[in-house]
Design a protein around this ligand. Structure first.
Ligand code: ATP
Length: 237
C-alpha cells in the first residue's frame, strides 16, 4: 500500500527548544492514521509542519509523492487541509460563510455547491443551522463546522487536530463515525491527532505514539489498543 503522507526524520525547534527529535512515519493512502500522545508530546507541531506553518530544521515531508518541505508552499496546493485545534471559526459569521471560506481555492461555484451538499450530508445539523452564527453553536457543532470547512477545499489529505477536545462523549462517538465515513466514501487520507487515544486508535488502521518529540511505538490501531504500554500510559487500564 503506498503512503500518501511520508514524514522523514523531522526536526522542529521553537527558538532554542527542540520540539521534534527526528520523527518519521507514514500515512497509507485512503486510510486513517492516529497520532496519539500526551500533552506537549509534539502532535500539533507535526501537523503544523505538514501544513507548512512551521519550518523544520531537518527532515522531509512528502505528500502524494511531492516533497512539501523544506520549501514551504500552500498546503492546499498539495491537497492538504487542516481542521485546527480549537476550531478557529469566525464566530460572528454564519455557518455557511465559514464553510465557504474553506473553499477559497475552489474556483467554480458548482464544485463548491456540490461539496457543501456533501458536508451537509455528513453533518445535517450544520444544514439546519447554516444561517446561525458559528459562535452560537455547541462545541460539537463547531467541531463539525471546522471539519466541514476543511472538507470544502476538496483535499486529498485531511489533518484533524484534537477533534474530541472539550466535547461530550456521545458527540465524540458520533464524530468518530462520521470521520470513518468520510475516509471510506471519499478514499480520504486522514491524520487524526488526539489525546483521546481510545477514540483515535479505534478508528485508525495505523497508530503512532509520540512522546517528548519522538515516535516510541507504531502499529495497527488494534495492536496499539492492546499494547500494555499504551493501555498503561494512555487508556488508564
Ligand atoms: P497539545 O495536546 O497540548 O497540543 P502536543 O502534543 O500537540 O500537545 P505541541 O503543541 O506540538 O504538543 O508541543 C510540543 C512541545 O513544543 C511542547 O513542549 C510545547 O511546550 C512546545 N511548544 C509548542 N508551541 C510552542 C511555541 N510556540 N513556542 C515554544 N514552545 C512551543
Amino acid at each position: 500500500m503506498h503512503s500518501e503522507v511520508s514524514v522523514r526524520d523531522l526536526v522542529v525547534n521553537y527558538g532554542p527548544v527542540r520540539a521534534l527529535h527526528g520523527v518519521s512515519f507514514d500515512v497509507p493512502a485512503g486510510q486513517i492514521a492516529a497520532l496519539v500522545g500526551s500533552n506537549g508530546a509534539g502532535k500539533s507541531t507535526v501537523l503544523k509542519a505538514i501544513c507548512g506553518l512551521l519550518q523544520p530544521v531537518e527532515g522531509e515531508i512528502v505528500v502524494g509523492g511531492e516533497v512539501m518541505s523544506p520549501k514551504p508552499g500552500d498546503p492546499l496546493r498539495h491537497g492538504v487541509a487542516l481542521s485546527p485545534e480549537g476550531r478557529r471559526l469566525f464566530g460572528r459569521l454564519p455557518v455557511e460563510e465559514n464553510l465557504l471560506m474553506g473553499a477559497y481555492t475552489v474556483p467554480d461555484a458548482a464544485s463548491r455547491r456540490e461539496m457543501m451538499e456533501r458536508v451537509y450530508g455528513y453533518f445535517p445539523r450544520l444544514r439546519e443551522r447554516r444561517r446561525q452564527m458559528a459562535g452560537s453553536l455547541s462545541g460539537g457543532e463547531q467541531q463539525m463546522c471546522a471539519i466541514g470547512r476543511a472538507l470544502m477545499a476538496r483535499p486529498k489529505v485531511l489533518l484533524l487536530d484534537e477533534p474530541s477536545l472539550g466535547i461530550a462523549p456521545i458527540i465524540v462517538a458520533e464524530l468518530a463515525k462520521i470521520i470513518e465515513e468520510i475516509s471510506r466514501d471519499m478514499s480520504m487520507t486522514v491524520l487524526l491527532v488526539e489525546q483521546n487515544a481510545q477514540m483515535a486508535l479505534s478508528l485508525a488502521s495505523t497508530g503512532i505514539v509520540l512522546e517528548t518529540g519522538k515516535v516510541v511505538l507504531t502499529g495497527t490501531g488494534s495492536e496499539l489498543l492492546e499494547s500494555p504500554e499504551v493501555r498503561a500510559a494512555y487508556l488508564g487500564t
